[in-house]
Design a protein around this ligand. Structure first.
Ligand SMILES: Nc1ncnc2c1ncn2[C@@H]1O[C@H](COP(=O)(O)OP(=O)(O)OP(=O)(O)O)[C@@H](O)[C@H]1O
Length: 692
């Protein structure tokens, strides 16, 4: 130290003054907090850790690389699949609900992209092969390396994208047409097949009419009938209204109990304008041919066979019942050989036009109409019995079985035309409570009508009688179950509940998937048809939804006018239409016709038998026979005789008779009354009406 003074930094109390250490400390601090220095180099510990990590990374790199390439492969395959199936376009079409319209375009584009794929694969393969031939294995290694690197980059694990992306499902409608997995899922969701079960496509989805059709086979032991039954569940799973979904079991040679034909309409098939009846365009019709009745959801025409069957139509008011009944009638009207009985208990103008063509016509809902209708039925019963008797006499060539044939029905000498009894609002007749006496039994007219209609529905179709009954009240109290059971074809338009639907269509039909109470009120003329016999849908189809053709009044009138002209030309206009007021057959006489017995064959109680014996031919030739004459001839006691005759239905009357001393008014019996009593007794020995 020289004692010379030098400048020095300020020194605080307690601070060690060491210039070198301070500098090192400052450098260290700067290094540690610097942003540019990598963290691994900031401390010895960090460096050790980084070295370990690097070693682990190097060791795991091949594994990561392989899994990245694998993921890349999956991503690339998925991307290619979406591209080749035009996924983006299809999704856009689906979102805008235009998938059906774009289907053809999408198919064409798919095909094109498949071709591009094939071409690229072939061309790429060829180039690599040539290069390999020219330059050796290096080419393969290079292509493999580059490909693997690209795939590894594509498939590298990205932060924040674990697993599959969840997506909101778009409209499911019609997706199934392109992706059968969607259909399988829908069947599973509707619990029609199990979780591990699948469907087998018999036909690819194809365009049919305004919708898509597909046929599938259910897994073994699953039944097509269950799919039909749970149509609504399936419709829900496919996200369509059940009215748009038609499901049928495929039967016959090409089908089996597990084969289902489905058809899904693009939109409500019954929302379109109604279709007019094709009958308007024909000159005449053959009653033996099924009558054009309506169309099914697919727009296929459905005809209704009428001959050899009877039809019941039921619906709540204003659903198209009369329209349906008139369609059935129209086919018969256009056949000049068919005979019509038309009873309109609604008494509207719907049936008026038929008056000009009907053998018998009646519109009204009073007791007198009901009684007149009863007489029609008696007349028809007698007619049917006459037909069967006549058929017995015909040779086997003309009449091979106890059934009317087309030739027989058109032969005027046989007088067995196809005869239709068409009744609108039949419940009015069936509910009528006017008392009538039948074979000494008191009944209501309604009961008697029920009995006769049942008999006719049971026995008359083979004799050429067709019953077409429509009712607004298809409940069990109104239409006797005996009658319903023998009406072969049923058509149920919308009704109030499934019970009413079953009453029209038959027991348990709702559990088989046929319930007309589920039809929409706006769907006028749409109903469930359970045909008796074969329709276009096939002989085995239990029931089908049909929308009847539309036949407004003017078309109906035109058809009736044509029917009249045809009958005039053929000379087959009869009954009321021809101006003939044919007297109605007396009920008792009809009963005689039923039995086929003549008066002589009837076993009579006394004293009637003695009276008949005594009168002989006089029974027909004389008009009146005095009581005194009978008492004397038969040698009976007058009071007892009078009482016994009264009990047998013969009431005495007073009439003027010519005697030697002049004209005298005496008590006696009208032979007509005696004859009526004989017939009445004869018919009571026949099977009662309920046994008919
Ligand atoms: N196939 C159809 N297409 C379109 N509309 C129809 C069809 N059938 C019936 N309608 C319409 O439904 C309405 C009722 O028809 P209709 O008179 O035949 O019914 P209804 O059941 O007989 O009625 P009501 O019980 O009063 O006798 C009519 O306005 C008719 O035009």
């Amino acid at each position: 130290m020289s004692g010379e003074l030098v400048p020095a930094e300020q020194v605080f109390e307690g601070e060690l003054v060491d210039e070198r250490a301070a500098l090192v400390r400052r450098v260290e601090t700067t290094w540690r907090y610097s942003r540019v220095v990598p963290p691994a180099l900031k401390s010895r510990e960090a460096l050790k850790l980084a070295a370990k990590d690097a070693l682990a990374w190097v060791l795991r790199a091949p594994l990561r690389c392989v899994s990245a390439v694998g993921r890349g492969l999956v991503v690339a395959a998925r991307g290619w699949r979406n591209w080749v199936r035009v996924r983006d376009y299809r999704d856009a079409a689906e979102q805008s609900e235009k998938l059906a319209d774009k289907f053809v375009e999408i198919r064409a584009l798919t095909l094109f992209r498949w071709k591009v794929t094939g071409t690229v694969l072939l061309a790429g393969g060829a180039v690599i092969t040539v290069a390999w031939v020219l330059y050796g294995d290096l080419v393969l290694w290079s292509v493999g390396g580059v490909g693997a690197a690209v795939l590894a980059i594509v498939g590298r694990a990205k932060d924040g994208s674990p697993g599959r992306k969840s997506v909101l499902a778009g409209p499911r409608t019609l997706t199934w047409t392109m992706d059968s997995q969607v259909l399988v899922d829908a069947f599973r969701d509707a619990k029609l097949i199990g979780k591990d079960e699948s469907l087998r496509l018999v036909d690819r989805a194809s365009r049919q009419g305004a919708g898509w059709a597909i046929t599938v086979d259910l897994p073994a032991t699953r039944k097509a009938a269950d799919v039909v039954k749970h149509r609504e569940d399936l419709a829900s799973a496919l996200a369509v209204d059940e009215i748009q979904l038609s499901v049928e079991r495929v039967r016959g040679n090409g089908g089996h109990a597990g084969r289902v034909a489905m058809w899904v309409a693009d939109e409500d098939p019954y929302a379109s304008p109604p279709i007019g009846t094709p009958l308007l365009a024909v000159e005449r019709w053959d009653a033996w041919r099924p009558v054009p009745f309506g169309t099914n959801a697919r727009g296929r025409r459905i005809d209704l066979p009428l001959v050899w069957t009877s039809v019941l139509i039921g619906a709540i008011p204003r659903q198209g019942k009369t329209m349906a009944e008139r369609l059935a009638a129209a086919g018969l009207i256009l056949d000049p050989y068919a005979r019509l009985y038309v009873a309109d208990f609604k008494n509207g103008k719907d049936w008026q036009a038929a008056e000009q063509v009907a053998h018998r016509f009646m519109a009204g809902d009073d007791s007198e109409h009901v009684l007149a209708f009863l007489d029609w039925l008696v007349e028809l019963v007698a007619d049917v019995q006459r037909r069967y008797r006549r058929m017995q006499d015909l040779d086997d060539v003309t009449c091979p079985e106890s059934k009317v044939t087309p030739a027989m029905s058109r032969d005027p000498s046989l007088d067995m035309p196809i005869t239709a009894l068409i009744v609108d609002e039949v419940h009015i007749a069936l509910e009528d409570r006017t008392p009538v006496v039948v074979q000494g039994k008191k009944l209501t007219a309604g009961e008697q009508i029920g009995e006769l209609l049942t008999w006719l529905a049971k026995k008359a179709p083979a004799a050429g009688l067709v019953l077409v009954l429509a009712t607004q009240r298809p409940d069990s109290n109104t239409i006797p179950s005996k009658l319903r059971a023998v009406l072969g074809s049923r058509f149920a338009l919308r009704v109030m509940d499934w019970r009413d639907s079953n009453i029209v269509l038959g027991e348990q039909m709702n559990t088989r998937g046929y319930d007309s109470s589920r039809l929409l009120p706006s769907h006028k003329g749409v109903g469930i048809l359970r045909p008796d016999g074969e329709t276009q849908a096939g002989a085995d189809v239990l029931a089908l939804t049909v929308r009847t053709f539309y036949m407004p009044n003017e078309d109906w009138r035109a058809i009736c006018e044509r029917g009249r002209a045809l009958r005039e030309a053929e000379g087959t206009l009869t009954g009321q239409a021809a101006g003939q007021e044919t007297p109605l057959v007396h009920r008792a006489e009809a009963a005689r016709e039923i039995s086929g017995a003549s008066l002589d064959e009837i076993e009579l109680p006394e004293p009637l038998a003695a009276v008949v014996d005594y009168l002989g031919d006089g029974l027909d030739e004389r008009e009146f026979v005095p009581t005194a004459e009978l008492v004397e001839a038969l040698n009976v006691e007058p009071t007892t005789f009078g009482k016994d005759m009264g009990d047998l239905g013969c009431r005495p009357t007073r009439q003027y008779v010519q005697e030697e001393e002049g004209t005298r008014r005496v008590r006696g019996y009208l032979t007509a009354n005696i004859r009526a009593a004989i017939v009445e007794i004869g018919s009571s020995g026949l099977p009662g009406v309920d046994q008919l």
